[in-house]
Design a protein around this ligand. Structure first.
Ligand SMILES: NC(=O)c1ccc[n+]([C@@H]2O[C@H](COP(=O)([O-])OP(=O)(O)OC[C@H]3O[C@@H](n4cnc5c(N)ncnc54)[C@H](O)[C@@H]3O)[C@@H](O)[C@H]2O)c1
Length: 320
């Protein structure tokens, strides 16, 4: 270990970069991360530790520490794991060491996610479930606890939506969207909740959206906006109800992410793509991986004081 620390110091002198590590104990145990600022005449000054995290692995690139294994020991249920954001979450959580149970209604998409995880060397468990039904949601969560003992994190990414201008929207389409975007969230959480209360811990992350904060140019997003506003309100309320049980509840609000669904919408509503691009400060659309990193943070012990929040990951689109 001393050799590795010397190696780090060598890198700092060479690159005049800022981050290095100080190990306490064995490599697979606690790692204290300290900022190290280079001095003008060489050497390094170690400032106070900025984070203290349990890590299984740490990968060093030039002048940077990349921590992995941030979810080691955690059992994570990810719904909608056949879809764009749920799949990226499932693969990233597995890569970070979580035991992942990936759920979706679509057998083929879910199987593809399982194959990708297998190919990456971080296999996951898959479970087909209809999360618009109480039985589907309860069956999934009860099975997870039976097989893995607990549910440390729940990501509610399953859903479906109708984008229809208000003048054309039928009641059935309105209700279909609320069922796809609200019922799936409510049912998944209410089925996992008793288990989290019993274990007195848990982290739930829901999906809000830029559309829940701002109007959307070019898309008939009325029902979608209502649903996402509802998800964010539910998140705040459940954070309060979960507090005494040490259950944290947060949401992420993605901007426009390059998923198959978004690209399809661009195809039939060009004004939507133009609007999305013009609002984004960082000059590109989002990727599912951009969102997955936010989810990892919120489900890791690094976020142990974060609840009731909505994390915008939108390239700055909600900033103005
Ligand atoms: N993609 C974006 O640009 C974007 C932006 C903002 C918010 N979001 C939100 O993020 C979440 C995930 O979005 P996505 O783009 O990954 O969606 P997606 O359509 O790619 O994936 C949704 C998944 O849910 C599954 N599903 C549908 N009905 C189900 C049911 N009854 N039971 C179980 N699974 C079911 C689908 O099979 C699909 O695999 C959604 O809440 C969405 O509103 C996405």
């Amino acid at each position: 270990m001393a050799a590795l620390v010397r190696h780090l110091h060598g890198l700092i002198r060479e690159d005049m970069q800022t981050v290095a590590v100080e190990w306490t104990g064995h490599f697979s145990q606690q790692i204290r991360v300290a900022t190290i600022t280079s001095r003008p005449f060489g050497g390094a000054h170690i400032s106070r530790p900025v984070a203290s995290v349990a890590c299984k692995h740490a990968t060093l690139t030039k002048g940077n520490l990349i921590m992995t294994g941030r979810l080691v020991g955690k059992v994570s249920v990810i719904t909608g794991a056949g879809g764009g954001l749920g799949r990226a979450a499932a693969l990233t959580f597995a890569d970070e060491g979580a035991t992942v149970v990936a759920a979706d209604l679509d057998v083929d998409l879910l199987a593809q996610t399982g194959q990708l995880a297998q190919a990456a060397g971080t296999p996951i468990h898959t479970s087909v479930a209809d999360l618009t039904t109480e039985d589907g949601a309860k069956g999934l969560m009860d099975d997870v606890v039976r097989q893995h003992g607990r549910i440390d994190s729940l990501i509610t990414a399953a859903g479906f939506v109708d984008f229809v201008p208000i003048g054309e929207m039928k009641l059935a389409q309105w209700q279909h969207t609320l069922r796809g975007e609200l019922d799936t969230v409510f049912l998944s959480i209410s089925a996992a909740w008793p288990h989290m209360v019993a274990q007195q811990s848990g982290s739930i992350v829901n999906f809000g959206s830029l559309a829940g904060r701002r109007a959307t140019r070019g898309l008939g997003a009325g029902a979608h906006a209502v649903a996402k506003g509802g998800v964010m309100a539910l998140t705040r309320q459940l954070a309060l109800e979960g507090g005494p049980h040490r259950i944290r509840v947060n949401s992420v609000s993605p901007g426009v992410i390059e998923t198959p669904g978004a690209l399809q919408a661009f195809g039939y509503v060009p004004a939507f793509e133009a609007g999305a691009r013009s609002k984004t400060i960082i000059d590109r659309l989002g990727t599912p991986q951009d969102i997955a990193w936010g989810l990892v943070y919120l489900c890791s012990d690094e976020a142990s004081w974060v609840t009731g929040s909505d994390l915008s990951i939108d390239g700055g689109a909600s900033a103005w």
